[in-house]
Each structure stands twice: as structure tokens, then as C-alpha cells.
Design a binder for this molecule. Sequence first.
Ligand SMILES: Cc1cc2nc3c(=O)[nH]c(=O)nc-3n(C[C@H](O)[C@H](O)[C@H](O)COP(=O)(O)OP(=O)(O)OC[C@H]3O[C@@H](n4cnc5c(N)ncnc54)[C@H](O)[C@@H]3O)c2cc1C
Length: 355
Amino acid sequence: MNIIIPDKNIYDVTFIGAGPVALYGMYYSGLRRTKSKVIDMLGEVGGGLMALYPEKYIYDVGGFPKILAKDLVTGLKEQAVQYEHEICLEEKVLGVEKGSDGIIKLTTSKGEHLSKTVVVCAGMGAYIPKKIDIPNVKELEGAGVFYFVRRLKDFADKRILVVGGGDAAFDYSLMLEPVAKSITHIHRNDFFAAHEDTVEKVMNSSVEMKFPYWELKQIEGDDWVRNVTIVQSKTGETERFEVDAVIFNIGFLTNMGPIEAWGLQIDKNSIAVDSRMRTNIDGVFAAGDIVTYDGKLKLISTGFGEVAIAVNNAKSYIDPKAKVNPGHSSDKHVVTMKKIAREKKKAEMEDQKEV
Ligand SMILES: Cc1cc2nc3c(=O)[nH]c(=O)nc-3n(C[C@H](O)[C@H](O)[C@H](O)COP(=O)(O)OP(=O)(O)OC[C@H]3O[C@@H](n4cnc5c(N)ncnc54)[C@H](O)[C@@H]3O)c2cc1C
């Protein structure tokens, strides 16, 4: 397919979502000289890294033995904005529809966008935490009951109860341990879903781990959380103690929202893609946490690889003469930067002529 339409409002690649995966995709899109746009419903770029854990260390991204999530986002932004992109924030994509001319129309909460290709990098959609149905939890949300840890200083010197056995719960215990007064971490199963290394680090820290079969039975408080009662469900043993904060992390509800109605093939609440990150709709690609294929891992590092594949394939979809393989960035970067400088100079000269 070779779409050549001289309309400057039609973009080559439009990313839905501006999480880490789309940000890296924007860099690739610049390198391949495709005109790109990103649309996110949040007020800032960075996706889950900024919305859920900006002050948490990430240990498993290549090249960084450890890096704060917000610093990784800063680096990704810096890498992406070497090239020009349009960034639309606080705008939710509601519909994606391909016209008979091959152009894809995106309908959003603010209007419409046109694009030759789309890369869906919508992560897990809206971040809706799973909740426990016991008295007072709802009433004390924001008053000692939390689902996310955005700023460490809000928890400095606090006595904290962390509830959950997955990566996010263990990550929160580990990141809060140096600043909290004390942390008790409970988990109701006899196995953990978190990385072995993170579990080991928490076990070897000052965090008091209550495992297995410990559940939260009761939360007491008036205008703020005061006490909790936990129970060992097999033995019936209970403990009641004072806390300043309860952090729940028992998973997220997968909510694809409007994406389900776009005609994409959905499998296990995710978009099914092939090895080129193509969906069942020609010109619509997907990458990152939103996709599924045999062997998929929902990690930042895998998302980076997937979006590089998606963008390079989008390039060759738009221009079949262009190779999918981008070559090495060291060669490409110099050529691309020289080309951008030439284009800029040409535009300046034309402006001067007009004056
Ligand atoms: C507490 C916690 C700790 C984690 N720690 C690690 C870790 O150490 N290492 C690691 O590799 N992974 C970690 N992860 C997982 C990691 O955060 C994800 O793999 C990563 O964020 C996926 O990036 P993404 O760009 O695909 O999606 P996201 O980061 O989820 O970004 C998706 C973006 O799409 C936007 N969006 C969704 N739908 C729409 C729509 N319809 N219109 C407009 N915008 C939309 C959202 O607002 C969001 O900004 C952790 C996750 C959690 C919850």
C-alpha cells in the first residue's frame, strides 16, 4: 500500500497512549522520518511510570542498574523530542475507524485526528485498582487508605501496612522501607506472584512480612486510619495494631474501555498481534502492555522491542520502498539530523523570501 496524500493534517504514525513504550516509539518514528503524533488521556506523558510509581526504582531496563521511574521518563522524553512530534494530552481516544481511502480516523474526547497508521500503546487502559470489600475501606480512601504511592515524602516516618503478593505490592514495600517508620506486609496466599529477587530483598529488609495466609480483617479510623486487625486464615490467630497508612495492591481491573469496540481481535483482555506487531486491521499496530502473543511478558523492556518492530513495520507499510530494517542508529542518526538541519534551513530561506 502506498498512501501519498498531500494533507499536512494527516500524520504518518499516531500513538494511542504516551507511556514509556509510545515515548520510545516516538524516538524511532523520528529516526525513520515519519511524522508522528501521540494522544494520551492523562495530563502528562509517562503512563504507569508517572501515574503509579514515579519515585520507585526500576532495576530491569537495559543500561540502567537502577533508575527512578520518573528519571527513565525524562530520558525517554529527551530521546523522543530530538525530533518533532505533536503531543496531545488530556484527550481520550474513543474510536478508531479506517476509511475506504486507507486513512484512519481517530475520534477523541476533543475532536478528530487522521493518520496513515496507528500504534496502540494503551497499556492496561485506565488504572483501576482492585478493592477489598470490608467496612471503612471506601470511607477512608485518601485518609490513610491508598492504592498508589506517588510521593515518598507523603509516607515518611509513617507506620504502614502493605497488602498484596504481586510485584507492585513488593515494589511499594521496598521503596517505602528507607523512609517509613515501620512496614508490615501481609499476603493471603502461600505463594508470591512478585519477582523472586524483589521478594528476597523485602524478606531481608526491616519489613515485617506476615505470610502465608494473613488477611486484613478490619480497619478502624475516624477522619484517618488508626488501627488494623489482621487474621491468619488457617489458624484464626489475630493481631490488632496502630497504623498511619494502609496501601492496597492486590492488582488492577483490566479495562480496555473504548478499545474493545474498534474491531480489533481481542484475546485475554489484550490486543492480539503477530510477530510484526500488526493487529487484524491493516495499518493498525500495537505494542506494550496492551498486546498479547505467545510468550508475551508485560515489561517495559519487552515493550521497547515491540514498539521498535511496530514503527519500523509502519514505515514500510506507508512506503513499501522503505526497508523495515532501520539499520544502526549511529549511521541513521547523523544522516537524519543533517536532513532535519537542511529542511530547517530551506524553510528559513523560504520565509525570508516571502518577507
Ligand atoms: C507498581 C508497578 C511497578 C512496576 N514496576 C516495573 C518494573 O520495575 N519494571 C518493568 O519492566 N515493569 C514494571 N511495571 C510494569 C510497567 O509499568 C508496564 O509494563 C509499562 O508501564 C507498560 O508501558 P505501556 O507504555 O505499554 O503502558 P502504560 O505505561 O500503561 O501507558 C499507557 C498509556 O495509555 C493511555 N491510554 C490508555 N487508553 C487510552 C485511550 N483510550 N486514549 C488515550 N490514552 C489512553 C494511558 O493513560 C497511559 O498513559 C510495573 C507496574 C506497576 C503497576
